[in-house]
Design a protein around this ligand. Sequence first.
Ligand code: FUB
Length: 310
Amino acid sequence: FKISSLLLFGVLSCAGLTGADNTIVQNIYTADPAPVVQDGRVYLFTGHDENGSTYYTMKDWRLFSSVDMVNWQHHGSPMGLPTFSWADLNAWAGQVIARNGKFYYYVPIRHKQTGTMAIGVGVSDNITGPYKDALGHPLVENSAIDPTIYIDDNGQAYLYWGNPGLWYVKLNQDMISYSGSVTQVQLTVGGFGKPNTGSSAVSSFDEAPWVYKRNGLYYMIFAGNCCSENIRYSIGSSITGPWTYKGVLMPTQGASFTNHPGIIDFGGRSYFFYHNGALPGGSGYTRSVAVEDFTYNPDGTIPQITMTTS
Ligand code: FUB
């Protein structure tokens, strides 16, 4: 599978690039893909690594969309740090979901008063934004990052997030408040795999959870093996588990020591989004979003996927 890109710049004045393969976006560094299908179109929300960055220096999020997984339109930045008056740094990995005729964008950002990472919520009437701060304060704050969101069949929404640890909370119908307590998942080896040799972690789970349901099975895709990450996954019989570890989905490769998954079905095919350091100047802090298509095995397991590294 090869993907080519035609970038139409909504806010940038550069000329578009045509005929290029992975990575999807070739004129800026992108990370932490969060794809969502809406009205027959794939919307790809990403983080944005600054040029020359030597840390996770990220100030805004970016949005791209496609109807064919070949030609991509750049919608610019739907949301940035200035959206959240209470935050000062770290526009890291988020995810968007539709409900109530609105779009909710869950993101980890640093709370400037406490200096810890917290999860904020943007809201918009349009998937392309602009998104406004729905609350004026964090939804949850326990220094963990990487929110992922899923609405179960009974209408109950679950917000998971991770690193350190893996956590979830049940959201109310309004999607900006929750009921019950914040719950920490027990990271057993049977549920999330063995830690890498020499690690003091309980299991291989590190960060970047991506939760969803498909054909009766719940999937928890995640980055494991800190700090040279690969993508691993577990399958559960309910959205809160118990989880059974299923193995490495994408091995460690390429110039980025982190990776971050996002999975969708679209147009009868399944797509695995991730990031690497494949663009010129690419590194662990100047990353690029890429995608591979794949086919689930008949039992719902996922075959190992090879990263495109150039
Ligand atoms: O992009 C900043 C952080 O790097 C994300 O939150 C993690 O998942 C890792 O990709």
